[in-house]
Design a protein around this ligand. Structure first.
Ligand code: HAM
Length: 423
């Protein structure tokens, strides 16, 4: 009979051999976040669908074609969260964080869901490490977010990350710029790709997202939004660039960077890495979203943040340094069934002192068991047969030098300490 189920497309099992990379990413995330005063928050895996429709935007790819939405038994429309920013702004107001000292700094690590076509580095279920700073419009908080993300990569020794930066203005300067863009592209409408033509009226900025070679050529000479910012947006962008320069963080001004979520205002940024190749070269991205709270029906409240793709960063980390799972150093072997409980107890004694011990159940030839111990990477094997048990002795084998000694039970701990160091 064939197994009843396969792993659904676009999902993956994070296997033990991969976990060390994930643990390194998570530990570095916690470390950086705490250094900057960010506190962890986790919101539900699903939210009401409206939160994303109004927050991320009806016309975005995420909302129009990538959401996993379903009705609950009461007929309410719910959606597996495709991103974390709208949920966190909701949680900020739900918990009354607007009356706490501002800004409120939050971080999160967890799964997100988008029905995009799966490919290398793109999944239906993926994980993000993200931060959100809510309640203060200072552009230095944009710098803080960018630096924190930058430090995350640096702390993981990931080289080759490039920082792409742009400002997409706000509701004061963007409408006029949108009009300017339409005027520029209008004579070429027939030459644009179908996707870009569809975006032309509603959201011409998204034309910059196109990877179509034909669009690419037209994009090249299009007016750039950074040349059409209003006074306050231009001033804020200046502070961001100065701030990054003062931190000695190199960035590339990228007029094509517009990001695929509607809530952004002013600063937007992405961390890209070449080795991922093609469309999936973004390790993470973010920006300022001063209009999001109001779009969700709350008091207007500024915010800025980013989210990093954990799968993509794990791929890059794996290319840069091999990490292996932590394995117990001691392997406990009984030679006969009647010795098993005794060996089980010895293992417990060592665990209580902080050592990792694998107990090997069942009977097999000693050399087969020792091979297993070696394969598991144990440094020390404990061997007990009837003779040892009778004399309350234990054979301790150094798996590296392949030498062994017999010690009394009361000397077990001190011998292990001598071989492996204290725990
Ligand atoms: P985003 O650019 O949509 O931003 O996603 C951030 C990162 O999540 C991407 O750069 C990528 O590494 C990863 N990612 C996105 N979709 C997938 C996927 N299908 N498979 C694998 N990885 C993926 C946001 O989500 C915003 N909420 C970021 C933000 C926070 N902006 C302000 N605060």
């Amino acid at each position: 009979m064939a197994p009843v189920a396969k792993r659904p497309p676009g999902t993956q099992d994070i296997l033990p051999a991969d976990r060390p990379y994930w643990e390194a990413l998570e530990a570095a995330a916690r470390d950086q976040a705490l250094r900057f005063g960010y506190q962890r928050i986790e919101t539900p895996i699903y939210e009401t669908t409206d939160l994303f429709v109004r927050g991320v935007g009806e016309g975005t790819d995420i909302v129009s074609k990538e959401m996993y939405s379903f009705s609950d038994r009461g007929g309410r429309s719910l959606t597996l969260r495709p991103e974390g920013t709208a949920p966190i702004v909701r949680a900020y107001f739900d918990a009354g964080m607007q009356v706490e000292p501002q800004p409120v700094r939050l971080f999160y690590i967890g799964p997100f869901f988008r029905a995009e076509r799966p490919q290398a580095g793109r999944f239906h279920q993926f994980y993000q490490f993200g931060i959100e700073t809510i309640g203060d419009a200072s552009p230095l908080l944009d710098v803080e977010a960018i630096v924190l993300g930058w430090n995350w990569f640096a702390g993981l020794d990931i080289a080759g990350v490039t920082l792409h930066l742009n400002s997409i203005g706000d509701e004061v300067c963007r409408p006029a710029y949108r009009q300017l863009l339409r005027e520029y592209f209008r004579p070429y409408l027939a030459e644009l790709s179908e996707t870009s033509r569809a975006r032309f009226e509603k959201n011409p900025l998204r034309l910059f997202d196109s990877k179509d070679p034909q669009d690419e050529r037209l994009k090249h000479n299009a007016p750039r939004i950074v040349d059409h910012l209003c006074g306050p947006c231009a001033e804020a962008f200046h502070v961001v660039k100065e701030g990054l320069a003062a931190q000695e963080i190199a960035f590339e001004l990228n007029p094509n960077l517009v990001r695929g979520l509607d809530y952004y205002t002013r600063t937007v940024f992405e961390y890209q890495h070449e080795s991922l190749g093609g469309a999936q070269n973004s390790l993470g991205g973010g920006g300022r979203y001063d209009g999001l709270a109001a779009a969700l029906g709350y008091r207007p409240t500024p915010g800025v943040g980013f989210a990093m793709g954990m799968e993509r960063t794990a791929i890059v980390l794996k290319q840069s340094k091999p990490l292996t799972p932590l394995i117990p150093e001691v392997y406990a072997i009984a030679l006969e069934a009647s010795d098993e409980l005794y060996v089980f107890r010895l293992a417990s004694t060592l665990r209580a002192r902080g050592y990792g011990v694998i107990f090997d159940p069942g009977l097999a030839r000693l050399d087969a068991k020792l091979r297993k111990a070696a394969k598991r990477g144990a440094r020390v094997a404990l061997l007990v047969g009837p003779e040892e048990r009778e004399k309350k002795q234990i054979v301790i084998r150094d798996m590296h030098s392949k030498t062994q000694t017999s010690v009394a039970e009361r000397e077990l701990l001190s011998t292990v300490v001598q071989m492996l160091g204290a725990r």
